[in-house]
Design a protein around this ligand. Structure first.
Ligand code: PMP
Length: 417
């Protein structure tokens, strides 16, 4: 009998039958409060009726039309619609399926547009699991384990993860920018550097928000040296952080953004957005694939954007995010084993640390298991998987946040007693 590869091993024993809003229902009919949202994907909630209706209508009309031969309406409409929400000047879009593909597309574009070989990524960043994206990923060693030789030309600069350094944010930021300049002076001269790839909030790396001084420091160096600032908004885009884009918190202008996850409520769809001038420098035929910009995914994305707007999900993410962060901080304050609680919008992480300040993976994972037993689904993140993260759908209500916080308080008390 065939069995699932252990590569698809799940963190909880839950087998899901259906989803509705913030809840998942398992095959035994038990209800679970889903504070994972399929890793930040189902922002409009599971099976939002508008998204379901749009997808169903599109399935009956056209499922797949391949853009090397024919164009289809959903792709054209989505492009136009995204123009309304993208940062000023990012008026050219390319579509793919997964986040990793979007990152690769941005990497290709950066090298082709600048003619420079190197990219600089930031410690703790996650950009995907295809080989190039895994090479650019440093949020854990497992993503590139056993697949060397990796892609060349990737250099890593530090990210202002103040708690990790044991410094305040300003000291951490000044250190990081100094190290970046040192990287320029040593291994990756500015005129050899095509792009910075950075997340507005380290996602898989532990839910560490960047800050304005750091992001503006990157922008200034990008401007000075003709380096492209690529913002990986795959986890932070579409309202997740309480503003439409993660980088809106820092007032920086990106040259390229990568998008996926919250874009299409669970249908596979990703892309990059940049200026027409930069996109014109991409080599024709070097990008793309069979499924990119799928018609049903695009229809679902159009409905998703409508729901985000009509239901005020960006404002809800901001308000519910504050409530969640405050509540998680109250739990953290009472718990010596939780070293820091941090986040931005509906991305909230609690970092578990031992009494001597080391990452406490065992307790974080025990908390994840215990919460699941109590009906709350959570994920872990961080290089040591010692950060428990909460990333509910953006439709989450104040009552559901309270319900989750209640379970979280009990869970933490149970696993740290
Ligand atoms: N970039 C970021 C910031 C991500 O969070 C992720 C997924 N967690 C990816 C890239 C990769 O996306 P995918 O898993 O769809 O390839």
């Amino acid at each position: 009998m065939a069995q699932l590869s252990p590569l698809l091993k799940q963190a909880t024993p839950v087998v899901v039958d259906r989803g509705e809003g913030v809840y998942l229902y398992d095959v035994d009919g038990r209800r679970h409060l889903d504070f994972t949202a399929g890793i930040g994907v189902t922002s409009t909630g599971h099976c939002h009726p508008k998204v379901v209706a749009a997808a169903q209508e599109q399935v009956g009309k056209l499922i797949h039309g391949q853009y090397t031969t024919v164009m289809h309406q959903p792709l054209l409409k989505l492009t136009e619609r995204l123009g309304d929400v993208l940062p000023a000047g990012l008026d050219s879009l390319f579509f793919a399926n997964s986040g990793s593909e979007a990152v690769e597309a941005a990497l290709r574009l950066s090298r082709q547009a600048t003619g420079r070989p190197n990219v600089i990524v930031f410690q703790g960043g996650f950009h995907g699991r295809t080989v190039a994206a895994a090479t650019m990923t440093t949020s854990g060693t497992r993503f590139s384990a056993g697949i060397s030789p990796l892609m060349g030309g990737v250099h890593v600069a530090p990210f202002p993860y103040a708690y990790h350094y044991g410094w305040d944010e300003q000291t951490a930021t000044e250190f990081c920018l100094r190290e970046l300049d040192y990287l320029f002076a040593t291994v990756s001269a500015p005129n050899e550097t095509a792009a910075f790839f950075v997340e507005p909030v380290l996602g898989e790396g532990g839910y560490v928000p960047a800050n304005t001084a750091f992001m503006q420091g990157l922008r200034a160096r990008a401007d000075e040296h003709g380096i492209l600032l690529v913002l990986d908004e795959i986890q932070t885009g579409f309202g997740r952080t309480g503003k439409f884009w993660g980088h809106d918190h820092f007032g920086v202008r990106p040259d390229v953004v990568t998008i996926a996850k919250g874009l299409a409520s669970g249908f596979p769809l990703s892309g990059i957005a940049t200026s027409k001038e930069l996109m014109a420098k991409a080599f024709p035929g070097s990008q793309g694939g069979t499924y990119g910009g799928n018609a049903v995914s695009c229809a679902a994305a159009l409905a998703t954007l409508d729901v985000i707007e009509e239901e005020g999900l960006v404002a809800n993410a901001a308000a519910r995010g504050r409530q969640l962060l405050e509540g998680a901080r109250l739990v953290g304050d009472k718990t010596p084993g939780i070293g820091e609680v941090r986040g931005l919008g509906l991305l909230v992480g609690s970092e578990f640390t031992t009494a001597d300040g080391k990452p406490d993976t065992a307790t974080a994972q025990a908390a994840q298991q215990e919460a699941a037993r109590r009906g709350l689904l959570l994920l872990t993140c961080g290089a040591y998987s010692n950060v428990v993260r909460m990333i509910p759908p953006l439709v989450v209500s104040a009552e559901q946040i309270d319900e989750a916080l209640g379970i979280w308080g009990e869970t933490v008390a149970a696993v740290t007693k």
